[in-house]
Design a protein around this ligand. Structure first.
Ligand SMILES: Nc1ncnc2c1ncn2[C@@H]1O[C@H](COP(=O)(O)OP(=O)(O)OP(=O)(O)O)[C@@H](O)[C@H]1O
Length: 625
């Protein structure tokens, strides 16, 4: 028997192939199954033009069989087979794809189902096998042939016995080495898992003998292990089914089967696009926040299939960060894959799909917000924080996309409301969208600075998350209405001018100067407050950095000691103000004591740490005794 050498380039290519093209050895099975599926497809296409052939679907299947004792993994298909010439051309020359040629020759319109195109997938077998035997009989030949190769030394072809048309490929699985175990490719559970992972949606049944445990025939109480032929793959991908045929429970089942999460999906989006780019997608919004969602460990991405064959488990490019909670899959026939199918050749198609998916998710969320507000609120509680990060990140590049998806708690509605809801309720003459920041809704409601704004009948949005104010600062305005913190120095609240004049008298100014010097650089200014009603004191911030932002920034590991410009505001209508004035005139020590007490009280109200709690406590006692 003549031994033929692979062509020189091929030999080098084969080495490269075996050692470096694929990052995971397990994909050899995906490649061989895809070839078998292509071979059956070719039978089908042949039957369309050849009247003597009828395609009875039941006759076509792919069989996988592991023989542990002899270290053999066998794959059998009832596809079109190969003639001697085809064996020579397809398996003797690397990078020659019979499938690609078939597609071109046959010019079948929907021939895009055929997977093979590069002519290299078959050789992935040499990653796990030290010898590969192919016995095949073509539909066009009465004679079968055997092709055999150990991957390095060329191959042999000789006549063989095979009764029916089709191909049997036997991999002689390598012995384990110190670094690598090959035994796993002979294990039933492992083979099943690989098939499920990559080839679950191959259209023909992938059958395998599996061990099952069943009650014994003669004694129902005892169990025995039997071999049973099972079809491992699901075959018909749910995403190719008609939406009208599918129920919510089908999507839920798919979510569970795919292990997208342990919860139930809150919402599913089934997309079928047949335009400039063709793709199908099933996307899910989970019900709960995954435990690692807001950590570095969480990896975003969708499963990417090309023609029903899994290419990538987590294709991150398909989702923007702010929709990173979305789970699901995309299947497209139009992807330009690279040779290993692990990456995409160029990502124009992928970018188009990603753009399309992004707008689908956005519009689905908008519809949910409008039509099912309770459901949206549930979603928002799980993932709203991510949307706010989305507004803030990338210098606000996505803020227009996201602003209508934001919700905040409203002081007047006592529930989460959208910005457009807020604006629609704005009072005549109201210039700003007011907000207040704090630890919880309850605490914010009690803040001195919310009192006056609320009293004037304005709705206030409560910000309780650290990201809130940062996101809003990025947004700056909504519907041309600027955001305004109730703690802001230039709050637009009408005041009594006469009273303002009085409180800003020269005398009071001197008092405030004195208080400022007592506080020794802790505040930028002391002044009367326009916003306080029943409370005596309040700490405002001038400039861009608010007190809430200071807290967040200070908590960061690499904080640059960014501080807000604090202003101590005193309520001129409070009795305390008169005590201050009196102390200023009569007793400097008392003024010091009162000023420090008021400053510390203001810190406490804002939830900021006291610089010297012991001194504060002693000062309190001084007032008491
Ligand atoms: N089971 C099979 N039955 C019939 N023909 C086969 C079978 N396996 C492989 N072939 C033929 O061998 C050719 C080369 O296979 P190979 O897997 O290397 O590449 P491919 O499938 O064409 O492309 P890709 O590298 O994209 O998978 C195929 O195009 C096909 O014509």
């Amino acid at each position: 028997m003549e031994k033929k050498q692979f062509q020189a380039e091929s030999k080098r290519l084969l080495e490269m192939m075996v050692n470096s093209i694929y990052s995971q050895k397990e994909i050899f099975l995906r490649e061989l199954i895809s070839n078998a599926s292509d071979a059956i497809d070719k039978m089908y296409y042949r039957s369309l033009t050849d009247d003597s052939l009828s395609f009875e679907k039941d006759r076509y299947a792919i069989y996988v069989e592991a023989d542990k004792d002899n270290r053999k993994l066998v794959m059998k298909d009832t596809g079109i087979g190969m003639t001697k010439e085809e064996l020579e051309a397809n398996l003797g020359t690397i990078a020659k794809s019979g499938s690609l040629a078939f597609k071109k020759e046959t010019e079948i319109e929907d021939g895009h189902d055929i997977i093979g195109q590069f002519g290299v997938g078959f050789y992935a077998a040499f990653m796990v096998a030290d010898k590969v035997t192919v016995i095949t009989r073509s539909i066009d030949s009465d004679q079968a042939y055997k092709w055999e190769s150990d991957g390095t030394d060329g191959y042999t072809i000789e006549p063989a016995e095979k009764e029916d048309v089709g191909t049997v490929i036997t991999l002689h699985i390598k012995e384990n080495t110190d670094d690598e175990s090959y035994d796993e490719y002979l294990e039933e559970y492992r083979i099943k898992a690989i098939i499920k992972k990559y080839s679950d949606f191959i259209r023909y049944p992938i059958k395998m003998n599996v061990t099952v445990s069943k009650p014994k025939e003669d004694n129902e109480d005892e169990y025995a292990e039997y071999q049973e032929e099972q079809t491992i793959n699901s075959m018909v991908p749910i995403w190719r089914k008609n939406k009208s045929e599918l129920k919510d429970s089908d999507y839920e089942q798919f979510y569970q089967d795919k292990r997208y999460g342990f919860d139930k999906p809150l919402e599913h989006i089934h997309v079928s696009v047949d335009g400039a780019i063709r793709y199908n997608a099933i996307l899910f919004i989970p019900e709960h926040t995954p435990f690692d969602y807001y950590s570095k460990e969480y990896e975003k991405g969708l499963e990417l299939y090309a023609n029903g064959v899994l290419i990538m488990e987590k294709c991150a490019e398909l989702l923007p960060d702010y929709f990173s909670f979305v789970k699901g899959m995309v299947d497209s026939e139009d992807l330009s894959l690279n040779i290993s199918r692990e990456m995409l050749q160029h990502d124009r198609q992928l970018k188009l799909i990603a753009k399309n998916i992004k707008s689908k998710i956005k519009s689905q969320l908008k519809t949910m917000l409008k039509k099912e507000p309770d459901k949206y609120e549930k979603f928002y509680k799980a993932f709203g924080r991510q949307l706010k990060f989305g507004v803030y990140n990338d210098f606000g590049a996505n803020k227009d996309d996201l602003q209508d998806l934001l919700l905040f708690y409203s002081s007047t509605e006592k529930k989460l409301v959208s910005l457009s809801d807020y604006v629609s309720r704005m009072k005549e003459g109201q210039t700003y969208i007011y907000y207040a920041t704090g630890e919880s809704n309850e605490r914010i409601a009690k803040l001195p600075q919310t009192e006056m704004v609320a009293d004037q009948g304005y709705e206030i949005l409560y910000f309780t998350e650290d990201v809130d104010e940062f996101a809003i600062k990025m947004l700056r305005s909504y519907d041309e209405k600027e955001f305004m913190s109730v703690s802001s120095a230039d709050l637009d609240i009408e005041t009594d001018e006469k009273q303002e004049e009085e409180t800003n008298s020269e005398e009071n100014k001197k008092l405030f100067e004195k208080m400022k010097s007592i506080l020794d650089g802790k505040v930028k200014d002391v002044r009367t407050s326009k916003r306080l009603k029943s409370h005596p004191v309040f700490l405002a911030a001038d400039g861009e950095i608010t007190l809430e932002m200071e807290k967040v920034l200070q908590a960061m590991p690499d904080n640059q000691n960014v501080k807000a410009e604090k202003v101590l505001e005193i309520n001129p209508n409070h009795d305390v103000f008169h005590s201050l004035k009196q102390a200023y005139e009569e007793d400097e020590d008392k003024l010091k004591l009162y000023t420090n007490l008021l400053y510390n009280q203001a810190l406490l109200i804002e939830g900021l740490p006291l610089e010297d709690p012991v001194e504060f406590s002693q000062n309190m006692c001084k007032v008491m005794v």
